[in-house]
Design a protein around this ligand. Structure first.
Ligand code: ASP
Ligand code: MG
Length: 475
C-alpha cells in the first residue's frame, strides 16, 4: 500500500456551493479555515448549479438541428460564468481568466454547431459537451482562490481520473488513478498549493473525455481521497448532514453525528437525498471517514459516515418515507401459484423496466409496490391476462434504519404499537437486517413519522445524535 497522507483533506463542493460569486467566496473561506488548521486541502468542485442540465439541453437541441437554441443556451452560460468571474476577481484583473473562459465557450459553441450540422449526438459527444460544466467551474474557482491569496493550482481532472469507455457512466480505474494522482496532484500539495479539480469528468486510456454519471462529483472526491490515502473527505452541500427525520415534518429532528455506510445506503434508497453512498465506496473501503457538511453553516459539525457504525443505544438512526407509490394486488384466480407463475408476473414488470420496491406473497396472491408512474395501467392490463389485478395509488413506504436492530427481538412490536392508530398494509424486514419498512396511505405519512420519532428518539444517545442543538433551539 502506498503512503497515507493523513494531513490531506479532500473537500468537495456541490453545485449550490459554487453557484455564483457569493457561494464561491463562502467556499473559499471554508477552504482557508482548513489550511489555517494546518491541513492540506485538495478541492473538487461540481459545475455551477443547473449548468449540467443546461448543457444537456443544449446538446439535445443541437441533436435536433436547433443550433439557434443550443447556442443561446451556451450564451447564457457564458454570461453567467463571466459575471461571476468579474465579481470575484474584479474588472481590472479579469484579463487572463476571461480569455480562458471565452476560449472554452468558443470550443463549446464549435462543438454544438458540429452536432447541429449532423443532427446526431453520440454518448461520447454528449460527455464532451457536458464536461464543460466542471471544466469551467474548476478554472473559475482556482482563479478566485489565487486572486484572494490562496495559492491554488488548477488540475484538469481528465489527466487523473482514468476510466473505461462507457460514456455517460464510465467506470474508474482505481490503480491507474492512484498513479496519476501521485504524478499530478501530490507534488502540488507538497509545494504548498491547493489543487482544484472538476468532479464528474474523466478520460479513457486514449484521453477521450468521459463522465462518471449524474451526481458523479462525489464519486470523484472519493476516488481522489482514496487514491491519495487522504485523512478525510468532506462533502460540502446545503444541508446540516443526515437527520433523524425530515425536519419539515418533525421539528425536533436531530442531526445524526455518525452513521455507517450501510445505514446511509439504505436511507439514500428511501429518498434521503444527501448523497448517493455507492459513490463514496472507494473511500469507505480504505477506511477514510467521509463527512457531510453545510457550506451555508460551516460551524455545524455535519455527519460522519464510517465503515463500521459505533454502538448506539437507540435502535434506529433515522426514519425516512418514500411517497408516490402504487400497490398492485395480483390474485391468481384460475391457476394457483404454479411453477413459473412468479416468473411470468415479474417478466411483465421487467419488460416495462419498472423497478419493484416491495413484494409480499401468499399462496394465491402477490402484492407488489412500485413508483407511481404512467405505465402502471398498461402493466396491469397485461397482468390481467394471467390474474385478477387491482391497483391503488397514493401509498407510501415508511422506513426505519439502524444497525442496532440486528438480532433484537421485540423491535417490531415497539414499531407497530407506535403506529397502532394507523392502517398498515405491507410489512417487510429487509434482508439487510438493518431496515424495517411498512406501507401506509400517503396521507398518514406525517403522523406516522412523528409518532415513530416520539417513540424512538425520546432519550437519544448523545454520542450519536446532536442533542445540544435541539436544546439551543428550545431556548
Ligand atoms: N454536475 C454533475 C451533475 O449535475 C455532477 C455533480 O454535480 O455531481 O450531475
Ligand atoms: Mg450532488
Amino acid at each position: 500500500m502506498s503512503t497515507p497522507h493523513p494531513n490531506i483533506v479532500v473537500m468537495k463542493f456541490g453545485g449550490t456551493s459554487v453557484e455564483d460569486a457569493t457561494a464561491i467566496q463562502r467556499t473559499l473561506s471554508i477552504v482557508k479555515t482548513r489550511r489555517d488548521q494546518g491541513l492540506q486541502p485538495v478541492v473538487v468542485v461540481s459545475a455551477m448549479a443547473k449548468v449540467t442540465d443546461t448543457l444537456l439541453a443544449a446538446a439535445a437541441a443541437a441533436s435536433h438541428n436547433d443550433s439557434e437554441k443550443a447556442l443561446s443556451l451556451s450564451f447564457d452560460l457564458r454570461r453567467r460564468h463571466l459575471d461571476a468571474a468579474e465579481e470575484l476577481v474584479g474588472r481590472r484583473a479579469i484579463g487572463a481568466l476571461a480569455h480562458e473562459l471565452h476560449q472554452k465557450f468558443d470550443a463549446l459553441d464549435d462543438l454544438l454547431r458540429g452536432v447541429s450540422a449532423v443532427g446526431e449526438l453520440t454518448p461520447r459527444t454528449n460527455d464532451l459537451v457536458v464536461s464543460f460544466g466542471e471544466r469551467l467551474s474548476s478554472i473559475l474557482v482556482a482563479h478566485a482562490f489565487e486572486h484572494r491569496g490562496l495559492s491554488a493550482a488548477h488540475v484538469d481532472a481528465r489527466t487523473c481520473i482514468v476510466t473505461d469507455s462507457h460514456f455517460g457512466k464510465a467506470a474508474p480505474q482505481e490503480a491507474i488513478i492512484e498513479a496519476r494522482l501521485s504524478e499530478h496532484v501530490l507534488p502540488l500539495v507538497a509545494a504548498g498549493a491547493i489543487p482544484v479539480l472538476g468532479g464528474f469528468i474523466g478520460a479513457n486510456a486514449e484521453g477521450i473525455t468521459t463522465t462518471l454519471g449524474r451526481g458523479g462529483s462525489d464519486y470523484t472526491a472519493a476516488l481522489v481521497g482514496g487514491g491519495l490515502h487522504a485523512g478525510a473527505i468532506e462533502i460540502w452541500t446545503d444541508v446540516n448532514g443526515i437527520m433523524t427525520s425530515d425536519p419539515r415534518v418533525v421539528p425536533e429532528a436531530l442531526r445524526v453525528r455518525t452513521i455507517s455506510f450501510e445505514e446511509a445506503a439504505e436511507l439514500a434508497y428511501f429518498g434521503a437525498k444527501v448523497l448517493h453512498p455507492a459513490t463514496i465506496l472507494p473511500a469507505v473501503q480504505k477506511n477514510i471517514p467521509v463527512w457531510v457538511l453545510n457550506s451555508r453553516n460551516a460551524a455545524n459539525e455535519g455527519t460522519r459516515i464510517t465503515a463500521i457504525a459505533p454502538h448506539c443505544k437507540s435502535p434506529f438512526k433515522s426514519i425516512a418515507a418514500k411517497k408516490r407509490l402504487t400497490i398492485i394486488d395480483i390474485v391468481a384466480s384460475r391457476m394457483l401459484m404454479s411453477h413459473g407463475y412468479l416468473k411470468s408476473v415479474f417478466e411483465i414488470f421487467d419488460r416495462y423496466k419498472c423497478p419493484i420496491d416491495m413484494v409480499s406473497t401468499s399462496e394465491v396472491s402477490i402484492s407488489v409496490t412500485v413508483d407511481s408512474n404512467e405505465q402502471v395501467p398498461a402493466i396491469c392490463a397485461e397482468l390481467s391476462k394471467i390474474a385478477d389485478v387491482k391497483f391503488e395509488g397514493r401509498k407510501a413506504l415508511i422506513c426505519l434504519v439502524g444497525e442496532d436492530i440486528r438480532g433484537q427481538n421485540g423491535i417490531s412490536g415497539r414499531v407497530f404499537s407506535a403506529v397502532s392508530h394507523i392502517n398498515v398494509r405491507m410489512i417487510s424486514q429487509g434482508a439487510s437486517e438493518i431496515n424495517m419498512s411498512f406501507m401506509i396511505e400517503e396521507d398518514d405519512v406525517d403522523e406516522a413519522i412523528r409518532s415513530l420519532h416520539r417513540a424512538f428518539f425520546q432519550s437519544p444517545d448523545e454520542s450519536v445524535f446532536d442533542v445540544a442543538a435541539l436544546a439551543e433551539v428550545a431556548h
